[in-house]
Write a protein of this length. Structure first.
Length: 306
């Protein structure tokens, strides 16, 4: 009996390992990896993204940030384990549901973090330094600052900025101040809008919401959201003129401002109605928004490459 039980256990182990691997991948949130595509923006605007050497360095940056962000998501779920288990939806997450053993997640975090920095070092020590900053700021956010008003918003913005700056460093292209401001304000617009939409759902009794929402008011988040949108329009316009200054296609860059404005207005309508999903889900789920975003991107690419 003992030998047959042992034999059955051995036969089950490969399946258990595969199940744990799938749960680990799910806990790393592959759908969120699209945020790491921010590393491509600066090289694209500089017109060097098609260079083979640049593409290799960008691939290194993309892999490094994917590994780093996966480590951050694991830490976030480990720290929120008790809260997630009591949440009607989040209790189905791999860690909260028990599909992913806690020791496996804990042991994976340092491995992913070391791999992220090691891969980034292949693209230079400056890129490795940016990845270390990303890991440090994100871990600090998960451990404490996501429960603090204002800092909750600021440190999410920092995460977006470090990705975009990391792309510029990987491609070895200068990053203009207007580019940095545009990315930062764009991230603030998105995160403030997301918090506002989450708060709307909480007030309607449709969601439990994250703890920090108790410290925000709808009017405050609308103020931040509106302020970020207004400043974003100004900085994007200035950035687009900067892009045009280095090309013969100034018209395309200037015209791209119009669809950019439409994207912001359409996105705002969805968020104002309580659309608190992830930004990529909102964009992909709305045909008008997706179509306008494609037009904006085509015009921007034309301004640089045509």
């Amino acid at each position: 009996m003992t030998s047959s039980a042992s034999l059955r256990a051995k036969r089950q182990r490969p399946g258990s390992r595969r199940s744990a691997a799938r749960a680990l991948l799910s806990c790393s949130r592959p759908r969120q990896w699209t945020k790491n595509l921010l590393v491509l923006i600066a090289p694209m605007a500089a017109g060097v993204i098609t260079h083979p050497a640049v593409l290799l360095r960008l691939l290194i940056a993309l892999v490094a940030f994917t590994l780093a962000s996966s480590a951050v998501y694991l830490v976030n779920d480990l720290l929120d384990l008790s809260l997630d288990r009591a949440h009607p939806i989040k209790r189905n997450r791999p860690l909260a549901s028990g599909r992913l053993p806690v020791p496996v997640a804990r042991n994976t975090v340092p491995i992913l973090a070391v791999l992220a920095v090691g891969v980034a070092a292949l693209g230079g020590w400056a890129l490795a330094g940016i990845v270390v900053l990303y890991l440090a700021s994100s871990m600090l956010y998960c451990a404490r600052l996501k429960h603090e008003t204002v800092l909750d918003l600021v440190f999410v913005v920092i995460g977006f900025l470090l990705r975009a700056i990391g792309g510029g460093i990987a491609a070895q292209v200068p990053v203009s101040r207007w580019f940095v401001l545009t990315v930062g304000l764009g991230a603030l617009f998105v995160i403030a809008g997301k918090r506002y939409a989450e708060l709307v759902l909480v007030q309607r009794g449709l969601s439990a919401g994250r703890p920090v929402l108790r410290q925000y008011s709808a009017s405050y988040l609308r103020f931040v959201w509106t302020l970020a949108a207004a400043a974003l329009l100004v900085t994007y316009a200035l950035w687009s003129f900067t892009v045009a200054a280095g090309t013969d296609s100034a018209t395309w860059s200037v015209v791209s401002i119009l669809p950019f404005v439409v994207v912001l207005l359409r996105y705002a309508v969805i968020v104002d109605a309580g659309g608190a999903g992830e930004p990529e889900e909102i964009v992909l789920g709305d045909r008008m928004l997706l179509g306008t975003a494609v037009v904006w991107l085509v015009l921007l690419v034309a301004a640089v490459y045509v």
